[in-house]
Design a protein around this ligand. Structure first.
Ligand code: GAL
Length: 684
């Protein structure tokens, strides 16, 4: 999405015209027309200006094959338009009506065990099914032709949370075609998959099946390719419908809602296909780490859109209902969650859903208008958010400048989590999250980057765990270090090539020269851990209480790099654990073990200092008071208090809080759960 297209400009124009988007999924088909009128009036009261309509309305529009019941939708769109509420109109293809599966069982997905799923829930479609795709195309075409010019419609929303996987026969056919396009010949596939192992050699593409239930372990490259194929197949479904909507004359932006670091869809390949990135976020209020962890997701969304603003398409105003134990959120918490998204680049904040359902599987999922009605703290909180967002309209379209990049790729994640490796306890997302939290605690902004991203300009590039490193990535990291960046590589990185085949020689083979260190073996660490000792010349390492490694450690040897920490006893006694190789103004750091949180914090703090990275206040990055989140969007400094106690934070200069109008000078108080949005007070 590197160029600003006309539909993207249409999104920016919508926000410029109406202010930051605020609203949610609206499912009028669950209610009578009298309720719709009340809905619009209450939306207006709450400051709602954007709703997503029709996500699950396929059976309502097409109750029997070929029917088109538009009357109710005409009325709803007209009502919303009269009420001044913009519509993100959904092509309702996420959940086909029961008749489709009953008449055409081949449209139903088949799971890994060969079980065909049935209607009665939602999402029961196979992305590979030609019949499903014909029906989805037909209803989308008719919808788009009917409403492309409707004045209420300001955005299009395709499907819902694409993430289906099918292992059936149609998927087998599509998988083979995908493989044929990727490899060109069966010999090339056999090489890439390493099928000499266990007599897996294929004589022809039509022998290949999706990974279904097998007697024992699946070929890891087959598994990786099936994931890649599944993501591409869904993307093809999305693209097909997007093009249909465009061909019908729609000029509005088109999107589909992402799901953060979703395990089944490689959003790096999706990002260019949406006009505006949108995402669904459900941080668990029970998790103390939720604020930092969701910040990472929000930074990913901004990064997917090349730094452009994005849409928080769904979140919960209070409790979800799909966890085992669903903690409600206070209105203050819900407000803070919304403002956090704005601070990290969202130009619209929406919820699932507007009115709480009375029936169906989500009857206990919170909504902006709860069962209790408008006389409720939840709804009063919604109205307050509507007011708050109006006050922040000046941030619309602005970005978050980051000096730090964190490398993440879906293929690497997928390949790195295949079973049968030194330890299943080393998890990509756990490592990325652990490292990211150290940035968050310091108020340091980060972009998430892919192996294909341009790394120029970043002062620090973190590679917490990248199982696959290609020659191009290795070259980009080398160039970055030579240009003065500090690159930090975590354990068990650069292990494999893009076919998930292990690179032979001392590891990480392609990064060995850059790091000036390499290892000959990766090993699981016994549960008691492996004690570490920091080199006494390494300032940041001095004073650490009882440093240790867990989970996985490499038998690492310095080859030109200096050793910052070593294993101090046991099997690995004397073996290097952390190394640094200085190169001009930059350096290549290697962490050859999963080090404990205190040591990781000391290490990353040291890296940021050496790289001259500044925090949201413009100061050298250091640890902020516990629970304070600081992020600068455009020229607004957002300070969020996630702790239970009030904070008094020094902020140089005079500022105005956009949310309260308070003037601050030198310091600012933040009550628990509160948010400040400070803009410099100009005296001229
Ligand atoms: C989302 C989904 C919504 C709703 C919500 C509940 O994953 O898109 O339709 O089910 O979860 O939290």
């Amino acid at each position: 999405m590197s160029t600003t297209t006309a539909p993207r400009r249409a999104f920016d124009a919508l926000i410029a015209e109406r202010g930051l988007g605020f609203g949610g999924d609206y499912n009028p088909e669950q209610w009578s027309p009298e309720v719709w009128r009340e809905d619009v009036a209450l939306m207006q009261r709450a400051g709602v200006n954007l709703v997503t309509v029709g996500v699950f309305s396929w059976a309502m529009i097409e109750p029997i094959p070929g029917a088109r019941e538009w009357g109710w939708l005409d009325e709803v769109l007209d009502l919303l338009h009269e009420g001044g509420i913009a519509v993100d109109l959904a092509s309702p293809v996420a959940s086909p009506p029961p008749w489709l599966g009953v008449r055409h069982p081949e449209t139903l997905p088949v799971d890994r065990d060969g079980v065909r799923l049935i209607p009665g829930s939602r999402n029961q479609f196979s992305p590979a099914s030609l019949v499903y795709r014909e029906h989805a195309a037909a209803i989308t075409r008719d919808l788009a032709e009917r409403y492309a010019d409707h004045p209420a419609v300001r955005m299009w929303h395709i499907g819902n949370e694409y993430g289906q996987v099918d292992h059936g026969d149609e998927a087998a056919r599509e998988f083979r075609l995908w493989l044929h396009r990727r490899y060109g010949s069966i010999e090339a596939l056999n090489d890439a998959w390493g099928t000499a192992f266990w007599s897996q050699r294929y004589a022809a593409f039509d022998e290949i099946l999706p990974p279904r239930r097998m007697p024992y372990l699946v070929n890891p490259t087959q598994s990786l390719d099936f994931r890649r194929y599944s993501s591409d197949q869904l993307l093809e479904c999305y693209r097909e419908l997007r093009d249909i909507i465009r061909d019908a004359g729609a000029t509005q932006p088109i999107t589909t809602n992402f799901m953060g670091f979703h395990a089944l869809t490689d959003y790096w390949s999706w990002a260019d296909e949406v006009d505006v990135v949108s995402d669904d976020q459900y941080p668990d209020p029970a998790s103390p780490q939720a604020p930092a962890d969701i910040a990472l997701v929000q930074d990913l969304m901004r990064s997917l859109g090349d730094g452009r603003s994005w849409v928080l398409m769904e979140q919960a105003i209070s409790a979800t209902s799909w966890r085992e134990h669903n903690l409600p959120k206070s209105p203050l918490r819900a407000r803070r969650d919304s403002l956090q998204a704005v601070a990290r680049g969202a130009d619209a904040v929406c919820y699932f859903q507007w009115r709480q359902a009375r029936a169906g599987a989500e009857r206990f999922h919170s909504a902006m208008l709860p069962h209790a009605g408008a006389d409720s703290d939840v709804f009063r909180g919604v109205c307050r958010q509507g007011e708050d967002l109006k006050k922040l309209s000046s941030v619309a379209g602005t970005g978050v400048a980051a000096e730090v990049a964190i490398l993440f790729d879906w293929s690497s994640w997928w390949a790195g989590e295949e079973p049968a490796r030194p330890t299943e306890r080393l998890r990509t997302m756990t490592e990325i999250t652990r490292w990211y939290r150290e940035l968050w605690r310091r108020g340091v902004a980060a972009d998430v980057v892919s192996a294909a991203s341009d790394l120029t300009g970043y002062r620090t590039i973190l590679v917490p765990h990248s199982y696959i490193v290609t020659p191009a990535t290795a070259e980009a990291l080398r160039a970055a270090v030579e240009a003065g960046a500090h690159v930090v590589v975590g354990p068990f990185s650069g292990v494999a090539d893009e076919n998930a085949q292990v690179l032979t020689s001392r590891s990480p083979v392609l990064l060995r020269d850059l790091l000036g260190a390499s290892s000959e073996e990766w090993g699981a660490v016994p549960d008691v851990g492996s004690p570490l000792v920091a080199d006494e010349r390494w300032d940041a390492g001095r004073g650490l209480s009882q440093p240790s490694a867990s989970i996985l450690a490499e038998r690492l040897r310095a080859e030109g790099a200096e050793v910052l920490a070593r294993h101090s006893s046991g099997e690995l006694e004397g073996v290097a654990a952390i190394t640094r190789r200085a190169v001009g103004d930059g350096a290549a750091w290697y962490v050859g073990a999963v080090v404990d949180p205190e040591m990781l914090s000391a290490l990353l703090g040291d890296v940021l200092a050496a790289a001259g990275v500044i925090d949201a206040f413009g100061a050298p990055a250091g640890i902020l008071p516990d629970g304070l989140e600081a992020v600068r969007r455009g020229d607004v400094l957002f300070l969020l208090n996630h702790a239970d106690a009030p904070m008094d934070i020094a902020v140089d200069g005079s500022h105005i809080d956009l949310l309260t109008g308070d003037e601050t000078n030198g310091s600012v108080g933040i009550a628990p759960g509160e948010v400040r949005a400070l803009t410099e007070r100009r005296t001229w």
